[in-house]
Design a protein around this ligand. Structure first.
Ligand SMILES: Cc1cc2nc3c(=O)[nH]c(=O)nc-3n(C[C@H](O)[C@H](O)[C@H](O)COP(=O)(O)OP(=O)(O)OC[C@H]3O[C@@H](n4cnc5c(N)ncnc54)[C@H](O)[C@@H]3O)c2cc1C
Length: 700
C-alpha cells in the first residue's frame, strides 16, 4: 500500500532554503491541500495527492497562445469526447469508424494534448518543439503498438524517420553505479548483434556475463506472459461481457500455455517483485528502472505488463524508434485525418465547462461559451480524472433522489484524491551548429559527433545524476530529444531544436505561489532549469553559449498548455494493489492498478493515460479505442477486428477466430451495456440551446 503522508506546507520544505517565497495574489494557493510521499530515496515511491473537491473554483493559470477556450457551436452527436489527447482522438475516430457520429472538443487551439507541438519564431526562422513525448517504438511499420494499429485501422499514414539507439549519461564509471558520468548506448533489436545490448552489458556492467545471464532469466520468466501480447491485442478489449467473444482468438495460446493463468496476477503486479528475485547486477537493475520510468514509476510501482512489451519487442531484429516527420503533432493529425474520413468532427479552442447530468445520465456538455452539445449515447472524458471530476455538477446541485447520487459522490471524492505524479519541468533550446564557441563548432565536439553519426544516430538521451536517488526526482532523472537530427523540417538549416525535460516529479507547490512573468518567477525558472542545461551539456558542452534562444517551461506552463491539473504527469497508483473502482477484477486475486473507464453516471466514460493500460501514447490511444469498443455492439467490434486482421499478416492475431462463436450468441444482446444505448436520455432541459428539431430527431 502506498504510504501517503500528509505534509502540510510541503512547499516550504521542498523549496531551496535560500529562495524567498512570495505569496501570490493571482493564484489560489493550495499548498495546505497536498499530501505527498515523504521520502525521495531510491527505494521509495513518490506521489502527490490533493482533494479536488475542496477547490472546485481553483483557477488554472491562463497562458497566451493556448486559446481562450471560447470556441464551439451547439450540436448533437452520438458520442461527445472531451479532449483531443491520444485517447480522445482515438475514441472519437473509432466511434466514427463504427458509424457513430462523434465530435472531439479540445480546449487548446492545437490538437494532441500532451503530444502537441508548438512553433517559436526567431530571427525570421520557425522552430518547432514537441511539448511531451519523444520516444515512439513501432510506428514505422505494422507492429504491435496499439497506436500504429489504430492508424492502420483508420488507413491513415504517418510518415516517420527511424533510429535504433537511446543514449545514456549515467554515473557508472565505478561499475557499481557510482562515480563520474559514463555514456553508453542502448541499441534496440537483437541483443546479440554487434553493438547490441549484450555488448553494452559486457562493457559497462560490473559483471557483464552475470548481467546477461540474469537478463535472459528475466526474459525467460516473463516469456509466456510476453507471448500473450501477440495472442491478443489491447484493441480486442471492451468493458462488458462482449470481451469474451472479442478476445476468443487468444484461446489456442491460453490452452497451450496453461501457466498464463497462474501468472495472470503477475501481469498487473509491480515489476520489482520479479526483478528482485532474478536480477542482482546493479547496472542491469538500473537499466530496468529507466526503461520503466516512462510509465511514471521505476520497476517498483511499474505494472509488469508495461515491461512485457519492452522485453519482447525492443529486442526483436528490425525494431526501431520513430520520429514523426514534421513534428509530434502529426500523430494527432494522422488520427484526426483517419477519423475525419468517417465523419468525426473536431472543435479546437472549445473548452468544456461542465458535463450535463440529467437523472443520473450524462446527456451532453456545456461549453465555456455557454453553448450546449448533446450526446445521444455517451460523453467520454479524455481529461485527467482530477480535471474530469471538476467538470461534473457540484453534488449539492444534483437531486439526491437521482440514480447513482451516492455512488457518484463517493466516486468523485475517490478519483479526485487519487495519488498522482508531480509535474514536469521543460527546457526548449535552439542551438546554432555553425557558431564558433571557444574555437569550436558543434561538430567539433566528439559527444555531438557520436549523436549525429549516420549509423548510431542518437536523438534521444537519458541522464541520471545519482542512482541513490529516486528516478522520480525531477532534479535527478532528465531526458532530452533532438528531432532535427532526423527531421530537418523542424527548424532552419544549421540549427537544432532540443527539448529537455525532467521526470514527472517536479513539485507544483513551489511554483504555485509565484506569478508568471515576475522577476522572481523567471529567476526560479533558471534556478530549477539549471539541471536541464547540465543534462544537455553532456552532449553539447557549450550549449548555453551556442543557444539561439531558450524557454524554460514551468509546471504552471505545463498545466496551462496541457490542461492537466497541476501539470501532473498522470495518475500514480503504484502497481501491487488493486486501485479503487478496479471493476470486477477487484473480486479476483488480480491487483489491477487502474479505476475502470465506466463511471457511476450512465453514459459517461473515461479514456486517456489514467485508464488501463496507463501512461504513454500507445496506452492512451489503446484506452480510447477500448472506450469506443465499449460504446458499440460486439458485432461491430468483431467486424472491425476481422477487417484489420486482413490488412497485414502481423495483424492476423486480432481476429477472434472460430472460438468467438462459443460466446458471441450469448453476449451479443448484452452489448453495448444498457447505460450506453442512449434512449430516454433527451428530456429537454431548461436553458438548452439545442433546437426542437434536434431534440425530436434525438428522441427518435
Ligand atoms: C514531457 C513528457 C514526455 C513524455 N514522453 C513520452 C514518450 O517518450 N513516449 C510516450 O509514448 N509517451 C510519453 N509521454 C506520455 C504521453 O504523452 C501521454 O501519456 C499521452 O500523450 C496522454 O494522452 P491522453 O489521451 O491521456 O491525453 P492528454 O494528452 O492529457 O490530453 C487530454 C486533452 O484534453 C484536453 N482537455 C482537458 N480538459 C478539457 C476541457 N475541460 N475541455 C476541452 N478539452 C479539455 C486537454 O487540453 C488535452 O488536449 C510523455 C509525456 C510528457 C508530458
Amino acid at each position: 500500500m502506498l504510504r501517503i503522508v500528509a505534509l502540510a506546507g510541503c512547499a516550504a520544505a521542498l523549496a531551496p532554503l535560500a529562495r524567498p517565497v512570495r505569496r501570490a495574489t493571482a493564484l489560489h494557493s493550495t499548498a495546505e491541500n497536498v499530501a505527498q510521499t515523504q521520502e525521495t530515496s531510491r527505494d521509495k515511491v513518490m506521489t502527490f495527492s490533493y482533494d479536488t473537491e475542496r477547490e472546485r473554483k481553483y483557477a488554472k493559470p491562463v497562458y497566451k497562445g493556448t486559446g481562450d477556450g471560447l470556441g464551439g457551436d451547439e450540436g448533437e452527436y452520438d458520442v461527445v469526447v472531451i479532449g483531443s489527447g491520444m485517447g480522445g482522438l482515438a475514441c472519437g475516430a473509432m466511434c466514427a469508424k463504427y458509424g457513430e457520429s462523434s465530435i472531439v472538443l479540445e480546449s487548446h487551439i492545437k490538437m494532441g494534448g500532451s503530444a502537441h507541438s508548438f512553433t517559436h519564431g526567431h530571427d525570421g526562422g520557425k522552430y518547432s518543439f514537441e511539448v511531451g513525448p519523444s520516444i515512439f517504438e513501432g510506428l514505422d511499420k505494422p507492429s504491435l503498438n496499439p497506436l500504429r494499429i489504430l492508424l492502420d485501422i483508420l488507413d491513415s499514414e504517418l510518415p516517420v524517420e527511424t533510429y535504433q539507439g537511446l543514449a545514456y549519461w549515467v554515473p557508472t564509471s565505478n561499475f557499481d553505479g557510482t562515480g563520474p558520468v559514463r555514456s553508453w548506448r542502448f541499441q534496440l533489436g537483437d541483443p546479440e548483434a554487434p553493438g547490441g545490448f549484450y555488448e553494452a552489458l559486457r562493457e559497462h556492467a560490473q559483471d557483464g556475463e552475470l548481467a546477461i545471464k540474469e537478463f535472459k532469466a528475466l526474459r525467460a520468466r516473463l516469456k509466456t506472459l510476453g507471448g500473450s501480447t501477440s495472442a491478443v491485442s489491447l484493441l480486442n478489449l471492451r468493458q462488458d461481457a462482449g470481451f469474451l467473444a472479442t478476445t476468443a482468438g487468444s484461446l489456442p495460446f491460453v490452452l497451450s500455455h496453461p501457466d498464463v493463468f497462474a501468472d495472470l496476477p503477475l501481469t498487473f503486479d509491480s515489476l520489482h517483485k520479479t526483478v528482485d528475485q532474478l536480477v542482482t547486477e546493479p547496472f542491469l537493475r538500473n537499466f530496468i528502472d529507466t526503461m520503466c520510468i516512462f510509465c511514471g514509476f521505476p520497476a517498483k510501482g511499474a505494472m509488469t505488463a508495461h515491461m512485457l512489451y519492452i522485453l519482447e519487442r525492443f529486442f526483436e531484429p528490425g525494431c526501431a524508434y520513430s520520429v514523426p516527420k514534421g513534428g509530434t503533432e502529426n500523430i494527432a493529425r494522422a488520427i484526426h485525418r483517419g477519423g475525419a474520413q468517417f465523419g468525426m468532427d473536431i472543435s479546437l479552442n472549445t473548452h468544456v465547462a461542465e458535463i450535463l447530468v440529467e437523472n443520473g445520465r450524462a446527456v451532453g456538455v456545456k461549453l465555456k461559451n455557454g453553448k450546449i452539445i448533446r450526446a445521444r449515447k455517451a460523453v467520454v472524458s479524455n481529461a485527467t480524472p482530477f480535471d474530469t471530476v471538476k467538470l461534473l455538477p457540484a453534488q449539492d446541485q444534483l437531486d439526491p433522489q437521482m440514480k447513482g447520487y451516492t455512488e457518484l459522490k463517493e466516486w468523485r471524492e475517490t478519483l479526485g484524491t487519487l495519488p498522482r505524479h508531480g509535474a514536469i519541468l521543460h527546457l526548449f533550446v535552439a542551438v546554432d551548429a555553425e557558431k564558433v564557441v571557444n574555437g569550436k563548432k558543434l561538430a567539433d565536439h566528439a559527444s555531438w559527433r557520436a549523436a549525429e553519426d549516420e549509423i548510431s544516430k542518437n536523438p534521444a538521451h537519458l541522464i541520471v545524476q545519482d542512482w541513490g536517488r529516486s528516478m522520480q526526482d525531477s532534479q535527478n532523472l532528465c531526458s532530452f530529444f533532438i528531432p532535427s537530427l532526423l527531421d530537418r523540417s523542424v527548424c532552419p538549416e544549421g540549427k537544432h531544436v532540443i527539448h529537455v525535460y525532467s521526470s514527472g516529479g517536479e513539485p507544483y507547490e513551489t511554483w504555485e505561489s509565484l506569478e508568471p512573468g515576475s522577476a522572481e518567477y523567471e529567476a526560479y525558472k533558471e534556478e530549477r532549469g539549471d539541471i536541464l542545461w547540465k543534462a544537455l551539456e553532456n552532449c553539447i558542452p557549450d550549449a548555453r553559449e551556442r543557444a539561439e534562444f531558450h524557454i524554460v517551461g514551468s509546471p504552471l506552463a505545463h498545466e496551462a498548455f496541457l490542461r492537466r491539473d497541476r501539470g501532473t504527469y498522470g495518475m500514480a497508483w503504484a502497481a501491487g494493489t488493486s486501485a479503487p473502482y478496479a471493476g470486477l477484477l477487484k473480486f479476483t486475486p488480480i491487483p489491477f492498478p487502474f479505476p475502470n473507464l465506466k463511471t457511476p453516471v450512465d453514459g459517461l466514460l473515461r479514456c486517456g493515460d489514467s485508464c488501463f493500460p496507463g501512461i504513454g501514447t500507445p496506452s492512451a490511444a489503446a484506452s480510447g479505442v477500448i472506450a469506443a469498443n465499449t460504446i458499440v455492439n460486439v458485432d461491430q467490434h468483431i467486424a472491425m477486428l476481422e477487417e484489420t486482421a486482413k490488412k497485414d499478416p502481423l495483424y492476423k492475431f486480432l481476429s477472434p477466430g472460430p472460438f468467438q462463436w462459443l460466446y458471441r450468441g450469448i453476449v451479443s444482446g448484452m452489448t453495448p451495456s444498457p447505460e450506453l444505448r442512449g434512449g430516454g436520455a433527451f428530456q429537454p432541459s431548461s436553458g438548452s440551446t439545442v433546437s426542437a428539431e434536434k431534440e425530436m430527431a434525438a428522441s427518435r
